[in-house]
Design a protein around this ligand. Structure first.
Ligand code: PAF
Length: 279
């Protein structure tokens, strides 16, 4: 496994590597603190026989000043061990100065307001920060495929829509949410949860499934979601930032159909967790 730490060295390396590479290139961007969710995206790419590149970079521009940038888990040594074990081909671990000085050709794209919905209401510059770094990575690496997790469906759809409008040829692929045995969606932020908080967090998925069942049985979406929110607050969640049903383009959906999802962002103390499921 090759590790590259700066833009010019990965660009140079890939220029040569591409010459005889008979594989498609798959890219999995991460902020490290790797878990089975990340590894499942890597496995998806490996199973297709792709040349797999993973980036590890905690991107400051997607965090607001009051968020958890400084305490975000940084576990580079064990991350690299995990990647080595599953034979990732190339890892990119840039430092902020280098990657922020890198400029690529400006892409113009419409965002369709996707960055303002759901998480965007509570994290106003988040998706612009995400798109900035992802577009940089895609420009440097120029992969055939890039993989994003379903748990962050809004991020997936946002990136998918904007990349399609650029000259980039990368196909954006979504990999399934991976859950622990209690149903909690895997996330690097789960590391912040105490045992007691984990016992509360597991109800996110339980309630999402219950709401899906009631909606499918014909109950009014607004009634079902109001009840879920009340029940979760009683159970110990400190805040439900949003709990909404949206279609695959994140438009409000008053009637369930097979592409709508229930989306939630819930806080336990100050730990913010998100999840979503297809109806
Ligand atoms: O999903 C994440 O971990 C991040 O938002 C990403 C895509 C690596 C960009 O920093």
């Amino acid at each position: 496994m090759i590790v590259k730490k700066n833009v010019s060295s990965i660009e140079q390396y890939l220029k040569q590597r591409r010459v005889n590479l008979r594989k498609k290139i798959a890219f999995i961007p991460t902020m490290g603190a790797l878990h089975e969710g990340h590894l499942s995206l890597i496995k998806l790419a490996k199973d297709k026989g792709r040349y797999v590149i993973v980036s590890i970079y905690v991107n400051p521009s997607q965090f607001a000043p009051n968020e958890d940038f400084s305490k975000y888990p940084r576990t580079l040594k064990s991350d690299l061990e995990k990647l080595r074990k599953i034979s990732v081909d190339l890892v990119f671990t840039p430092v902020t100065k280098d990657i922020s000085e890198y400029t690529h050709q400006k892409y113009s794209f419409k965002t369709f307001g996707l960055e303002k919905k759901l998480c965007g209401k509570f994290r106003p510059n988040h998706y612009l920060g995400v798109s900035e770094i992802v577009l940089k990575f895609l420009s440097i690496i120029n992969p055939d495929f890039a993989y994003f997790g379903e748990k962050d469906y809004q991020q997936y759809i946002f990136i998918e829509r904007i990349v399609k409008q650029t000259i980039l040829k990368t196909k954006i692929i979504m990999g399934k949410t991976i859950r622990n045995k209690d149903g909690l969606a895997l996330s690097s932020r789960n590391k912040y949860l105490s045992e007691k908080e984990k016992n509360i967090a597991k109800y996110i998925y339980k309630y999402l499934k219950q709401s899906r069942l009631l909606i499918k049985k014909g109950q009014l979406i607004s009634t079902v979601l109001k009840k879920q929110e009340d029940d979760m607050l009683k159970l110990g969640f400190s805040k439900i930032e949003y709990l909404e049903v949206k279609d695959s383009n994140l438009r409000k959906s008053n009637l369930p159909h097979n592409k709508s999802r229930i989306f939630i962002a819930a806080k336990i103390n100050n730990i913010r967790l998100i999840d979503n499921i297809l109806i």
